[in-house]
Design a binder for this molecule. Structure first.
Ligand code: 5GP
Length: 121
């Protein structure tokens, strides 16, 4: 599968679609999810064309991988939820219900989040 540069997060990165920005540096952009599933629900995306974590881990330069994950942690600190706790989640592919094919990490927090997964069948 090839990266589609018309995906919604590519458009947000290029500034063609607005977002509620939380944080930005040379490696990553973080913004509020448009349909939040927790009081705090932020998406962190790398600045580069990667479909998912599989692609990102295989193909991204090391400085981007390090910079991206540092940015994820920085977002947690900026949101002041390090002490109370937060959850990171990254969907890859169909079974995980990935809907936007630009690698992104969800960051949830702001209240107790309950058990990690529940069985759907
Ligand atoms: P996925 O299921 O691919 O892991 O999550 C994609 C996420 O992107 C969903 O939580 C969805 O609400 C969010 N999303 C989809 N379109 C937009 C958008 O245009 N702006 C923002 N801020 N979030 C979006």
């Amino acid at each position: 599968m090839a990266y589609d540069s018309d995906n919604i997060f590519a458009k947000i990165l290029r500034g063609e679609i607005p977002c509620k920005k939380v944080y930005e540096d040379d490696y990553a952009l973080a913004f509020h999810d448009v349909r939040p599933q927790a009081d705090i629900h932020v998406l962190v995306i790398p600045k580069g064309e990667y479909i998912s974590n599989d692609d990102f881990s295989l193909s991204a330069p090391e400085d981007l991988i390090v910079g991206f994950w540092r940015a994820v942690a920085t977002v947690g600190r900026e949101l002041e939820i390090v002490e109370s706790g937060y959850r990171l989640l990254a969907n890859h592919g169909l079974n995980a219900h990935q809907t936007v094919d630009h690698f992104h990490v969800h960051l949830f927090g702001g209240h107790p989040l309950g058990p990690m997964l529940y069985k759907v069948r």
